[in-house]
Design a binder for this molecule. Structure first.
Ligand code: URA
Ligand code: CA
Length: 433
């Protein structure tokens, strides 16, 4: 087989066989196929698309390019959840203990933030002592005993994806549905869970800027999941404005604790109930979504979910006293209010730009090598649809520097106040097999 023939075949819109796709992925992972041929191939996929069968073969070839984690020694159904990215998306911090507290096993592998998108690992590391680098055997023990562990992706998980993603990033081929779907699902499949709940975000703060694209991505991933024998479903959620009120690592840990105490923002809590109910049903701990939601509500209101979070923090070496004193995490030197310049109703809080403002404060990374400052970020006081009077604080900036005029300017540019505005729908669609 020759790579040039396969590039030509896809260029002409033909369907590749399983053997051909496996040849491409194993050849590229080993270094036999050079970047220039792979770049050309990625561009043909971008323009000519792939069938579901091709995408599934591609996904499995990528999953099999490295370590496949075996969670079969954990009793019961192991459920994972994945978001395609967002701003202020605190859900995993809440969902992992919440769902575990009703007896479903959450074996969760998370990533770090990049650009305007936050990452769960960075948020968890805002908890003093918390570690996310845990050997597989310890991960399995924790999920078996405690029903929950959240860890970083191991170095050898889907190496084909790591190499391909870096190439896509510099060849303008990131935004292709077959490539995104195979990238995400290869890692989920290699990570070993039996059931996968996908949160496909849409809006300014997401990869998929419109609902039709998000739906196509969700449908593709759900189909791949089923073809790979994993129970998979997807929720299409709104990411036109940040989720909840906190954006930034320590601020989001505090927000998670408050939510588990029943004092969190409504949209964030609702999102957790929606995703959590799906996880509980897939884990077969409830038969209907309504029953699952009742169980989760009871666990949250009784404090059982918060105690599970305390246990999870302790299990992973973290200081669990923050559960009783979350404010101790808010150590930024300055808290600066951003007053509204006019009166009216908030019409827009452009999620990605607000994510960039948090990144500029130090809460996120411009490049993979950057360090994050856990203490800094933004706490929103007004969300889309809320009334505001001139001079009232729109948000508080937590900063370790007092020269932040550029951040304030960016925020003002991306908060629109007008005569009317309505709260966006939180969930646009639900995709099941
Ligand atoms: N997240 C991934 O892991 N891969 C993509 O291609 C896009 C988002
Ligand atoms: Ca949040």
């Amino acid at each position: 087989m020759r790579m040039v023939d396969l590039i030509e075949k896809k260029r002409d819109g033909q369907v590749l066989t399983d053997e051909e796709i496996q040849f491409i992925i194993s050849g590229y992972t080993k270094g036999d196929i050079p970047d220039y041929q792979m770049s050309a191939f990625l561009m043909t996929v971008f323009y000519k698309d792939m069938t579901d069968e091709e995408i599934t073969t591609l996904t499995l070839a990528m999953a099999n390019s490295g370590e496949m984690i075996d969670l079969s020694s954990i009793k019961g159904i192991k459920v994972d959840k994945h978001s395609t990215g967002g701003v202020g998306d605190t859900t995993t911090l809440i969902l992992a203990p919440l769902v575990a507290s009703v007896g479903a096993s959450v074996a969760k592998m998370s990533g770090r933030g990049l650009g305007y998108t936050g990452g769960t690992l960075d948020k968890l590391e805002a908890i003093p002592g918390f570690h996310v680098e845990i050997p597989d055997a310890e991960f399995i023990r924790l999920v078996n005993e405690s029903h929950v562990a959240v860890i970083g992706q191991s170095g050898d998980l889907a190496p084909a994806d790591k190499k391909l993603y870096a190439l896509r990033d510099v060849t303008a081929t990131v935004n292709s549905i077959p490539l995104i779907a195979s990238s995400i699902m290869s890692k989920k499949i290699a990570a070993g869970a039996d059931a996968i709940v996908l949160d496909v975000t849409t809006g300014e703060g997401a990869f998929m800027k419109n609902i039709d694209e998000a739906r196509r991505l969700a449908e593709t991933m759900v189909r791949i999941g089923h073809l790979a024998n994993r129970q998979t479903m997807a929720v299409i959620s709104d990411m036109s404005q940040p989720l909840g009120e906190a954006i930034g690592n320590s601020l989001e840990v505090v927000e998670a604790i408050e939510t588990l105490q029943g004092k969190g923002p409504e949209d964030l809590l609702e999102m957790c109930y929606i995703l959590g109910s799906q996880m509980v049903v897939l884990a077969k701990k409830a038969t209907t979504l309504d029953d699952a939601r009742e169980m989760l509500k009871e666990a949250l209101e009784s404090g059982k979910a918060l105690e599970k979070f305390r246990e999870m923090i302790r299990n992973q070496g973290g200081d669990d006293t923050i559960i009783d004193a979350p404010e101790s995490l808010l150590t930024a030197k300055y808290q600066i209010e951003l007053p509204a310049q006019t009166s009216g109703v908030v019409q827009k809080l452009v999620a990605n730009e607000i994510g960039i403002a948090a990144m500029l404060l130090g809460a996120g990374r411009a490049t993979k090598e950057d360090e994050v400052d856990h203490a800094v970020g933004i706490k929103l006081h007004k969300k889309v649809g809320m009334a505001v009077s001139s001079g009232e604080s729109l948000l508080t900036i937590y900063s370790n520097s007092d020269s932040i005029d550029h951040v304030k300017e960016l925020l003002y540019k991306n908060i629109e106040i007008g005569s009317s505005g309505t709260e966006p729908e939180l969930i646009h669609d639900i995709i099941t097999a």
